[in-house]
Design a binder for this molecule. Structure first.
Ligand SMILES: NC(=O)C1=CN([C@@H]2O[C@H](COP(=O)(O)OP(=O)(O)OC[C@H]3O[C@@H](n4cnc5c(N)ncnc54)[C@H](O)[C@@H]3O)[C@@H](O)[C@H]2O)C=CC1
Ligand SMILES: CC(=O)C(=O)O
Length: 325
């Protein structure tokens, strides 16, 4: 092994349920739930040093207690306090990150989780009420677009305060592939996966650019099978789930970066699950994100084919959302 490399040896894979519910930020309070995704988000937030207090809530109290004990051992790297809390405390936080819910089994789609996760989400929201009127609800559990729509209805909060992580993760997966093809840093690439965080998602190729130049004008892109690349991005979660049971590191990186954007009012543009009036459903579009949530949706240029894909994605989602209207 050359100097600088680190090997981590894992005896056996760990498939255990955990989940977070509450995270208190340094500007006041936020929250999560404590499963694999929730705990990994909490860990990312600890390492990023952007919060003074993180509160974990899980219906299985032992799970939250175990996560808190484990995470607190990493507390020396940060000034954040991490503790277990309850749903009422969660409802008074600044940001609630909802990761509670069933996860996909091998080859199961995200929308197949809806019945199970609708019941979980509605019980979580009702137990958190009355909600801090300025709270931000960041939905992560799947199917994230439909659950965000339901959370907007059940919470009664302004829609800009209730949004989902959407296709931010899919866009990160796309940018990783493009960075390898173009040999540039991922953050130099402005390219979005839009629509459903699920099977009907699509890549907005015509709006993508790198260093002020259209992505499609790069000679390296001529040899790329774009349809196939978009399919691989959409299938990546299935591939990870087939190999190790679930995904959590990618989404934790995305969510901790969203929390930072909110906490510091950074106004980054991110593809997130938001209510789109034209389609009367929730799906991912690029939005400006600030301290009060979604500031506005960017009216991105799409080719005729991409518009058709957006409409198809919206039609699929709104058919499901109508059942919960
Ligand atoms: N939006 C995204 O990009 C991603 C979303 N996910 C989603 O996140 C969710 C959580 O995934 P994991 O953490 O891997 O699952 P997990 O099984 O590790 O954790 C789920 C947690 O939910 C809790 N829970 C179940 N019923 C509950 C109830 N009625 N009230 C409160 N808590 C309850 C369980 O106790 C468990 O701790 C899944 O829906 C998964 O599909 C996962 C990765 C990426
Ligand atoms: C599980 C999931 O939604 C993802 O990794 O994209």
């Amino acid at each position: 092994m050359t100097s600088g490399q680190i090997a981590i040896l894992v005896d056996h894979p760990i498939y255990h349920p955990i989940f977070i519910d509450a995270y208190r930020g340094n500007f006041s309070a936020d929250q999560l739930r404590a499963g694999s995704v929730g705990a990994t988000i909490a860990y990312a937030l600890l390492l990023q040093k952007i919060s003074s207090e993180i509160v974990l809530v899980d219906i299985v109290e032992e799970t939250a207690r175990g996560q808190v004990l484990d995470l607190s051992d990493a507390g020396f790297v940060t000034s954040a306090r991490i503790r277990q809390g309850n749903f009422q405390e969660a409802g008074q936080c600044d940001i609630v990150i909802v990761t509670a819910g069933a996860k996909q089994k091998r080859n199961e789609t995200r929308v197949e989780l809806i019945e199970r996760n609708y019941n979980i989400l509605s019980s979580v929201i009702s137990k958190m009420k009355p909600l801090n009127p300025n709270i931000i609800l960041l939905i992560v559990a799947n199917p994230v677009d439909v659950l965000t729509y339901i959370a907007q209805k059940l919470s009664g909060l302004p829609k800009n305060q209730v949004f989902g992580s959407g296709t931010f993760l899919d866009s990160a997966r796309l940018r990783l592939e493009l960075a390898n093809i173009l040999k540039v840093a991922e953050n130099a690439i402005h390219a979005y996966v839009l629509g459903e965080h699920g099977d009907s998602q699509f890549v907005a190729w015509s709006a993508a650019h790198v260093g002020g130049k259209s992505l499609l004008d790069f000679p390296e892109m001529k040899a790329v099978d774009k349809e196939n690349l978009a399919k691989e991005i959409a299938r990546k979660a299935y591939e990870i789930i087939n190999l190790k049971g679930s995904t959590y590191y990618g989404i934790a990186g995305c969510v901790s970066s969203l929390v930072q954007t909110i906490a510091f009012d950074q106004r980054h543009i991110r593809p997130l699950s938001v209510y789109v009036e034209e389609f009367q459903c929730v799906l991912s579009m690029p939005v400006v994100l600030g301290s009060s949530g979604v500031e506005r949706i960017i009216d991105i240029y799409l080719s005729a084919d991409e518009k058709a894909r957006l409409q198809k994605s919206a039609a699929e989602l709104s058919a499901i959302c109508k059942k919960y209207a």
